[in-house]
Design a protein around this ligand. Structure first.
Ligand code: TPP
Ligand code: MG
Length: 916
């Protein structure tokens, strides 16, 4: 509400001289307009005034007056002083606590680098937290809520480079010891030190969300906020009290992932989401927008996207100046200055600021006449003023209907003085000389004796001190420590392989038709969703390809999640048809649209619910395999760091199996990249029974046994006869370990060597065909192995080898691979729809000649038959490679090989697929 004082102020404004375009309008006319405005404001208040102005604008449009679009507001705080709430805490004590945290955060980095200097210092960052200490401390003291019995807790995405500040606070809170701080960035052995950035993989009781790969925290936070609503709307968990906070750098905002999903947040009315952008105007090398204004640019983007945007630009010291800025000249001047110049002011002395900033206009000069140069230097930016920050957080958390972004202006390296404050080198500052340390101590009143300063002791107030009591009381009241990762002890009752949903797949197609592993997967997931004990925990996530995977019936059976339900009559619901595009408030399917990064973010949110919400959820993210690892590889890496659980399902896999789509779609290398992700278990199954066995075991390992791993499954869209699961104990074990003997033919008469053929995915069928050709045409018997996972075999082999290396006098351990191949001498021939490096992982342990066929080179559109010949992985090429290998063993006549090529229809001078 406009107070009388404010109205009086406006009176002054109305009498101010008119500038610019309005000069041509009659003064009296203008006065009348101003008076009307004042009158309405006085009688009805700002809200009604706003409505009236909007109405006037609409009327003007109607009369043909085009209004210029402006998404931004003047360069001042969004919240006027009159609306600023009373600060609920003790600012003095909070300042002291914050100062100790600043000191320890700085000391931690400087000491770690000194300690490790001789061995190549370990690095670290001081300046990011120096600029954001107030932003965090206000939240720690008044907003961040821990997870407790009646509150699912706030989810806080901390800016990665600010981690020393979080460790420093945890030290005061008694969660970390001095020894932990001493070992910042010295993490071996595990548990003794502190990780560089937020890494749940490395500090599993502490960090929840990896953020340091810029842009990923922002997008994950949006989808996390939406996932909280999903849990709520599906009636699974009351998440209504939880907020998602994300602290970002202004430089980080340039990552496309940062802004790429902001409209989802407003479309979904995510008022449980608060972003705090630390606008210190600098990134690593220099200014974020030297010649522009990042805060204004972001305001325009966020307001345009429908966010509630709160600017916190100026500290309280500026308020009296604004109060006297009757004609808006100060605000206008503030709007004229670009960020590069603001950075210059942040390192300049008072007289420069006076002459350069205020000196352009005598009236502005007069505004600051009464202020000393020293005072001018110390006038804070908004992000360093707890009262302004509190006001913004309060408004953000009270806001309804839209997410909030707070654009807080700060100074990078605040308090570091010459060592980096506002300097372009601030980001990399990790050294402080004695003089700088002394200044720091003095500026923040750190109670450390001057002669001890050089040693940079960590400072913790005595137990029972006012500060410790305050710190504890605040966190106790807010539900405990943050960040804090707490894993649920809940174990799910997962279906066994005997359950009908799997048993059906184990029987195969029984000669009644053909099926692909993709369709088998579709049946399995729908069976799981119907399962009585875990059905509601399944979270199917699909970007926009359910129809491609033949899973569209899921839409109507389970509904597509939509916070708004379905406000339209779906076009495909004709004559009461049961299969249609059904959106529902409690829908189970997350249909993310053409947005693999967003879908991956949902996968992470659901797959970490067991630790972040205390409830196991089972995400299956089904996507075009080509647009997985190489498109969102960094998010998959983040998922691994997050200790995610769930299944990534690369649909339409295979360089030659997805035959028509061509170069950009045909994937032959995701299995290779999958190998590089430590907790990821990857399989490339050929048959529905293999797929079932793997999924059942995955469910058991992750949700019944509690292992913190996740899965990657290649599924294909080629239909063929699905065999029944062969008899024998070795089959299930082999499927899970990575290989089992699938089919054998008898050795021919006098056959000296027995070839061992490896096949995976759809190409196993080609290998089986090669086995037949070898037998029928050349009288050679061989064994065919189904290799379900080269990466699992490789990991097991590496582990055995490592153990043997380090225990030279003990009985050597045998890897599963060695056990399987014992007594065989090869030759070995592997064929798959992947690049050669996938089977090549095993080369060093294969006891004989090893020929690997694969799909190295760009894919292209053709029939599967032609493509498999092009890449030389079909049955004929596998047959030939086997005979050629036997020739090298001396058990086949080499001279016959050119004739065999002809016989098999293989052109020796055909194009090389690797370079084609
Ligand atoms: C994807 C990615 N690219 C590059 C980096 C390297 N990097 C680390 S910090 C930084 C600058 C950060 O600037 P800003 O976001 O403004 O944060 P500030 O420290 O200024 O708060 C860069 C480029 C990274 N961590 N992640
Ligand atoms: Mg920055």
């Amino acid at each position: 509400m406009a107070t009388d004082e404010a109205v009086n102020e406006m009176d002054e404004v109305s009498k101010a001289p008119v500038e610019g375009a309005l000069e041509s309008i009659d003064q009296i006319e203008l006065e009348e307009w101003y008076d009307s405005l004042e009158d309405v404001l006085h009688r009805y208040g700002p809200e009604k005034t706003q409505q009236l102005l909007v109405h006037l604008r609409e009327r003007a449009y109607h009369r043909g007056v085009m209004m210029p679009f402006s998404a931004t507001t003047p360069y001042k705080n969004t919240i006027p002083v009159s609306d600023q709430p009373r600060y609920p805490g003790n600012i003095d004590i909070e300042r002291r606590i914050k100062s100790f945290i600043r000191w320890n955060a700085m000391a931690m980095v400087v000491r770690a680098n000194k300690k490790t200097e001789k061995h190549g210092a370990v690095g670290g960052h001081i300046s990011t937290f120096a600029s954001s200490a107030t932003l965090y401390e206000v939240a720690y003291n008044h907003f961040f809520h821990g997870r407790s019995a009646d509150h699912t807790g706030d989810m806080v995405y901390f800016q990665g480079h600010a981690s020393p500040g979080m460790y420093s606070r945890a030290f005061l809170e008694g969660r970390l010891t001095e020894s932990h701080l001493e070992n910042f960035r010295q993490e071996v052995p595990r548990g003794t030190g502190l990780s560089s950035y937020p890494h749940p993989w490395l500090m599993e009781d502490f960090w929840q969300f990896p953020t340091v790969s810029m842009g990923l925290g922002p997008i994950c936070s949006i989808y996390h906020a939406r996932f909280l609503r999903y849990m709520q709307n599906r009636g699974l968990l009351d998440t209504s009290k939880s907020k998602v906070w994300a602290f970002l750098g202004d430089g980080e905002i340039d990552e496309p992932e940062s802004l790429g999903a902001i409209t989802l947040a407003s479309r979904e009315n995510l008022d449980n989401l608060v972003w705090v952008v630390n606008c210190n105007l600098q990134r690593l090398d220099g200014p974020v927008r030297g010649n522009g204004k990042i805060i204004q640019e972001l305001e325009g983007a966020f307001r345009g996207a429908g966010w509630n945007c709160i600017k916190v630009i100026w500290g309280s010291e500026w308020d009296p100046l604004f109060e006297r800025d009757y004609n808006g000249k100060l605000v206008k001047r503030m709007g004229e200055i670009v960020d590069g110049q603001y950075q210059k002011y942040s390192v300049s002395e008072g007289d420069y600021i006076r002459n350069h900033f205020f000196g352009t206009d005598p009236e502005l000069m007069e505004l600051v006449d009464h202020l000393s140069d020293e005072t001018l230097e110390k006038m804070r930016r908004g992000g360093h003023d707890p009262e302004k920050v509190y006001a913004a957080y309060k408004a953000a958390t009270d806001h309804k209907g839209a997410p909030t972004v707070i654009l807080a202006k700060t100074i990078k390296g605040y308090g570091l003085g010459e060592a980096g404050e506002g300097r372009n080198v601030a980001h990399n500052t990790k050294k402080m000389n004695l003089e700088e340390l002394k200044q720091f101590r003095q500026r923040f009143s750190i109670p450390i004796a001057e002669d001890l300063v050089e040693k940079m002791p960590f400072y913790k107030p005595e137990e029972g001190s006012e500060e410790m009591a305050y710190l504890r009381a605040r966190r106790d009241q807010l539900g405990g420590h943050i960040p804090s990762r707490k894993v649920t002890s809940e174990r799910l009752d997962v279906p066994s392989l005997d359950d009908k949903l799997f048993a059906r797949q184990l029987r195969g197609t029984e000669g009644k038709g053909e099926a692909s592993t993709t369709s088998a997967f579709g049946a399995i997931i729908q069976g799981l969703m119907r399962h009585k004990s875990i059905g509601d925990r399944i979270v199917p996530i699909i970007p926009d390809e359910a129809r491609t995977f033949g899973m569209e019936s899921m839409f109507s059976s389970f509904g597509i999640y939509s916070s708004k339900g379905q406000l339209y009559e779906p076009v495909d619901r004709i004559n009461g048809s049961l299969i249609y595009y059904k959106e529902a408030k409690d829908g189970q399917v997350l249909e993310e649209g053409i947005n693999e990064a967003g879908a991956m973010s949902s996968f992470v949110a659901a797959g970490t619910a067991y630790s972040n919400l205390g409830m196991n959820m089972i995400p299956f993210y089904i996507y075009y395999s080509m647009f997985g690892f190489q498109r969102v590889g960094d998010l998959i890496w983040l998922a691994a760091d997050s200790r995610v659980k769930g299944f990534l399902v690369g649909g339409t896999s295979g360089r030659t199996t997805l035959n028509g789509e061509g170069l950009q779609h045909e994937d032959g290398h995701s299995q290779l990249i999958a190998t590089t992700v430590p907790p990821l278990v990857a399989y490339d199954p050929a048959y529905a029974y293999e797929l079932s066995t793997i999924i059942q075991d995955g469910l058991k390992r992750m949700y019944a046994d509690g292992e913190e791993i996740f899965y990657y499954l290649s599924v294909y869209n080629e239909s063929y006869d699905q065999p029944a699961m062969p008899e024998g104990d070795h089959v299930i074990k082999g499927i899970l370990k990575g290989m089992y003997k699938f089919k054998s033919t008898d050795s021919g008469e006098g056959q000296q060597h027995r070839p061992q053929l490896f096949g995976s995915g759809t190409i196993l069928n080609e290998v089986v065909r090669a086995q037949q050709i070898l037998k029928e045409k050349y009288g050679i018997g061989c064994d065919v192995w189904s290799v379900t996972s080269y990466s699992e075999l490789c990991r097991d082999s590496m582990d055995a080898e490592r153990w043997n290396l380090l225990h030279p006098t003990e009985t050597p351990k045998k890897s599963f691979l060695m056990e399987q191949l014992a007594g065989n001498h090869g030759p070995y021939i592997a064929a798959s729809d992947n690049v050669r490096l996938v089977p090549d992982q095993l080369r060093q342990w294969i006891p004989g000649k090893y020929t690997v066929l694969g799909t190295d080179g760009f894919g292209r559109s053709e029939t599967r038959t032609v493509l498999r010949r092009h890449f030389e992985i079909d049955a004929e090429c596998t047959t030939y490679a086997t005979l050629q290998a036997l020739a090298e063993y001396g058990s086949f006549d080499k001279q016959k090989l050119p004739g065999i090529l002809k016989d098999l229809g293989i052109d020796a001078d055909k194009v090389n697929p690797r370079t084609a």
